[in-house]
Write a protein that binds this ligand. Structure first.
Ligand code: GDP
Length: 198
């Protein structure tokens, strides 16, 4: 699919406000600062489709983008998570919105989970993997900011994450990714194509 055609559709604060649950979509999730906005912008070759470094604490929205002018084919930017400054009650509320969305959204074909290659599999990441596992949702993991690691440590990080997720290898795939160098954009696009075409 031609991801650079992606266009902003709408924002939703809760599952109830999401666009009609038909067609197909893939969602992007990650701890705040994992590099999610940069990855969406690299994929779509747009400078500011997903806004980077959002102000923590502000109302966070689920953002929907249509691909190739087709609202039945969507990329979804889930709210970042884990800002230290946010009160616990707000974090719990966001956790609920994420779990509602991931558990009930029928058009959701797969989850792209972004993790800083230097600090993968945080508590948040494990929670998201748990949500996906509960409904056999495939997950594609991007180990981001791979340019910050030398080749050896980068492939070691990749192997480590793969081996820790070995029991889920049917549902989970993992790759290195760098928005800065545009490394891994094609592999990501191929995975999205598989999900959005079916
Ligand atoms: P988000 O909070 O997950 O949307 O993360 P952002 O995309 O806003 O990125 C967080 C920070 O990491 C920003 O300062 C980015 O410039 C930086 N960053 C994102 N991707 C990369 C990358 O591939 N390489 C490097 N070196 N820095 C990156």
């Amino acid at each position: 699919l031609n991801y650079p055609t992606a266009q902003f559709m709408t924002s939703a604060p809760t599952l109830a406000k999401c666009p009609e649950d038909t067609g197909a979509e893939v969602a992007f999730a990650g701890r705040s600062n994992a590099g999610k906005s940069s990855a969406i912008n690299a994929l779509t070759q747009q400078k500011a489709l997903a806004r980077t470094s959002r102000t923590p604490g502000r109302t966070q929205l689920i953002n929907f983008f249509s691909v190739m002018n087709n609202e039945a084919c969507r990329l979804v930017d889930l709210p970042g998570y884990g800002y230290a400054q946010v009160p616990e009650a707000v974090k719990l509320e966001w956790q609920k919105h994420l779990s509602d969305y991931l558990h009930s959204r029928l058009s959701l074909r797969g989850l792209v989970l972004l993790m800083d290659a230097r600090h993968p599999l945080t508590e948040f990441d494990q929670m998201m993997l748990g949500f996906a596992d509960q409904r056999d949702m495939p997950v594609h993991i991007l180990l981001t900011k791979a340019d910050k690691l030398k080749k050896g440590p980068a492939s070691a990080a990749l192997q480590k994450v793969r081996s820790r997720l070995q029991e889920w290898e049917d549902l989970v795939s993992v790759q290195l990714f760098s928005s800065l160098k545009r490394d891994g954009v094609d592999s990501l696009a191929q995975r999205l194509d598989q999900w959005l075409h079916t």
